[in-house]
Design a protein around this ligand. Structure first.
Ligand code: PEP
Ligand code: MN
Length: 342
């Protein structure tokens, strides 16, 4: 539950509310966002004295006990943007493309891919250092070394970088090396992790889980925002359905549905959803037409030479990526939007 309190009298009013609920298992947290003061209540909300709170004249209940997100919701803001390095994601008339390899294997491939995708139109570079695999025998990624390589890519190629981390233990290094931290689909319900990410100052690219709903995604984002970090981009990357000709099913309705319920920028990842490179361009174009703020696309300078099994099969080569960007540009033009290049 979230209460907005007028700044001048906030501390006295918060004191009164806390005193009124003594002995009830409720945690109170004062949050300041955009210069406004909020008191958040969590716990035994059925025993909140709503009549008392409503009787205070400097107080407005902006989220009642029955709801589960506010700061990431539409009633808090209409549309927000997130600064990733020097690139804003979520500006109405601009689209951003994040591109790069699934897994980082060596600096040479990483560098060549970064140069290629930047020239073709990507303005944020991705690369997986820690890989969440379904088998312990598959390539797990090169770990911390990969984050350090991405930092060097930022310096050498002058492009913001994003990568997934899977553990609280890696947050410190990630903050040092990355412009954005990715939370993978398999980790989006890891509440302890989300809470810690809320304390950092690096933007978060939060992916929807394999069985997640759009509401779950915004609730996961709320954990991050509640703990202090408001720079969150939501990402749809395919969900499990009965379909077996694609790796996952890209839930394109996420774009309009998330637009209805959240102000956060929306990213679509057609690569992990499709699982096959030939399906990436049509899905990327559909997401563009729907008005996604951002696309995350796997691209590798030599996709067929990557470690197997891996995501090489869904990675585009630079030439295909370049021609896809051309088609995306045409679609953007239809809606008076354009691609943000760097
Ligand atoms: C990835 O981006 O490389 C990745 C593993 O994504 P997801 O968590 O969506 O599977
Ligand atoms: Mn991948």
């Amino acid at each position: 539950m979230v209460i907005k309190i007028q700044n001048k009298t906030a501390d006295a009013t918060i004191g009164k509310i806390i005193k009124k609920h003594e002995g009830i298992l409720i945690e109170f947290k004062k949050i300041i966002k955009k210069g406004e003061i909020y008191l958040c209540l969590s716990g035994d909300l059925m025993n909140v004295d709503l009549v008392f709170i409503k009787s205070l004249d400097d107080v407005e209940i902006v989220m009642g006990p029955e709801k589960s997100f506010y700061f990431c919701g539409k009633s808090f803001a209409k549309k927000s943007s997130v600064e990733v390095g020097n690139v804003s994601v979520g500006i109405q008339d601009e689209m951003i493309i994040i591109a790069g390899p699934c897994a980082i294997e060596n600096y040479k491939d990483l560098y060549e891919t970064a140069i290629g995708v930047k020239k073709a139109g990507a303005s944020i570079f991705r690369g997986g250092a820690f890989k969440p695999r379904t088998s312990p025998y598959n390539f797990q990624g090169i770990g911390s070394e990969g984050l350090k390589m991405l930092k060097k890519i930022h310096e050498d190629v002058k492009i913001p970088v994003v990568s997934e981390i899977m553990s609280i233990r890696d947050i410190e290094l990630a903050e040092e090396c990355l412009d954005m931290i990715q939370v993978g689909a398999r980790n989006f319900t890891n509440v302890a992790f989300l809470k810690e990410l809320g304390k950092c100052s690096t933007p978060i690219l939060l992916k929807k889980g394999l069985n997640g709903t759009n509401t779950d995604l915004v609730k996961a984002a709320e954990f991050i925002s509640y703990n202090g970090n408001d720079d969150i981009i939501l990402c749809e990357r395919g969900i499990q359905t009965g379909e077996n000709l694609t790796r996952f099913t890209l839930d394109l309705s996420s774009v309009p549905v998330l637009r209805e319920i959240t102000h956060l920028p929306i990213c679509i990842d057609p690569s992990h959803a499709a699982g096959r490179r030939e399906l990436v361009p049509p899905l990327a174009k559909a997401a563009t037409l729907l008005g996604a703020d951002c696309l995350e696309i796997e691209v590798h300078v030599r996709p067929d030479e990557t470690i197997k099994p891996g995501d090489g099969v869904q990675s585009l080569d630079i030439v295909t990526f370049e021609s896809l960007v051309g088609e995306i540009n045409k679609i953007l033009g239809l809606n008076n939007r354009k691609l943000r290049m760097i």
